[in-house]
Design a protein around this ligand. Structure first.
Ligand code: AP5
Ligand code: ZN
Length: 214
C-alpha cells in the first residue's frame, strides 16, 4: 500500500495515521513531525522552516521535496503512509515523478474532510505528548490533567494551534492544498471520508475502502 493522507489541519490525519500504522505496519512519514524535529534540533532546515510554520504558511517546496522523497526512497520499499505531503501541486508532481522512477505507483489519496468550524474547535483543544499521542481537552481528555495516559509524559499545546494561526493555516489549505483533491480525482486515486464522524467510524470506513483496493 502506497498511501497519502489529505485534508485540512485538524481533520484527523494524524489520528487516523496512528491507527493505519498499527493495522498495516506501514512506514509512516509525517511531514509536520519531521519538520518539528528539525526545529527542535535547531538544524539549518529547522531554522528556515520555523518562521513559516509559526506563521501558518507552507514551508517552500524546495526545502520539503528532497526531505520527503529521500525518506520514500529509504523507508518506502514495502509501502508507505505519507501524512502532510504532498501539499502543493508542485509537491504532487515531484512525488509522481519519484514513484515513476522507482517503478511504483500510488494506491490511493485518502482525503479526510471537515469544515473550518469543526477544525477550529478541535485544534484549539488539542494537546499532545512528545511521543505524538493526541488528546483533546473536551472530546478526548487524558485521565489526569496534562499527563499522557500511555507514557506519563507532560502534554503541551502546539504553537501553531492558536486560533489566529489556525485561521491562517486554513486559508493556506484552501488555496494551496485543496486543489489536490481534483488532481487525484482526475487520476482516479481520490477516496473521500467524512472526518466529522467519530474517530472509530472514520477508521472503519478507511479500512473497508482499502480492503477493496489491495
Ligand atoms: P502538520 O503537522 O502536517 O499539520 P496539519 O496538516 O495542519 O495537521 P494537524 O496535525 O494540525 O491535524 P491533523 O489532521 O493531523 O489532526 P489530528 O489527528 O491531530 O503541518 C504543520 C506545519 O508544517 C504546516 O502548517 C506547514 O507550515 C508545515 N508543513 C507540513 N507539511 C508541509 C508540506 N508538505 N509543505 C510545506 N509545509 C509543510 O486531530 C486534531 C484534534 O482533533 C486532536 O485533538 C484529535 O484528538 C481530535 N480528533 C481527531 N479526529 C477526531 C474525530 N473524528 N472526532 C473528534 N475529535 C477528533
Ligand atoms: Zn504519550
Amino acid at each position: 500500500l502506497n498511501l497519502i493522507l489529505l485534508g485540512p489541519p485538524g481533520a484527523g490525519k494524524g489520528t487516523q495515521a496512528a491507527r493505519l500504522r498499527e493495522d498495516f505496519g506501514l512506514p509512516y512519514i509525517g511531514t509536520g513531525d519531521l519538520l518539528r524535529e528539525h526545529k527542535e534540533n535547531g538544524t539549518e532546515l529547522g531554522l528556515k522552516a520555523k518562521e513559516y510554520m509559526d506563521n501558518g504558511d507552507l514551508v517552500p517546496d524546495e526545502l520539503i521535496i528532497s526531505m520527503i522523497l529521500d525518506k520514500v526512497e529509504e523507508d518506502g520499499d514495502d509501502g508507505f503512509l505519507l501524512d502532510g505531503f504532498p501539499r502543493t501541486v508542485g509537491q504532487a508532481d515531484a512525488l509522481s515523478e519519484e514513484l515513476d522512477k522507482l517503478g511504483r505507483r500510488l494506491t490511493a489519496a485518502l482525503s479526510i474532510d471537515a469544515s473550518d468550524d469543526v477544525v477550529l474547535a478541535r485544534l484549539s483543544g488539542r494537546r499532545q505528548c512528545s511521543n505524538g499521542h493526541l488528546y483533546h481537552v473536551d472530546f478526548d481528555p487524558p485521565k489526569h490533567d496534562n499527563v499522557c495516559d500511555q507514557d506519563g509524559k507532560p502534554l503541551f499545546q502546539r504553537k501553531d494551534d492558536e486560533p489566529e494561526t489556525v485561521k491562517k493555516r486554513l486559508k493556506t489549505y484552501h488555496k494551496m492544498t485543496e486543489p489536490l483533491k481534483d488532481y487525484y480525482d482526475e487520476r482516479g486515486l481520490l477516496r473521500r471520508f467524512d472526518g466529522t464522524r467519530d474517530k472509530t467510524e472514520v477508521h472503519d470506513h478507511i479500512r473497508a475502502t482499502l480492503a477493496t483496493l489491495r
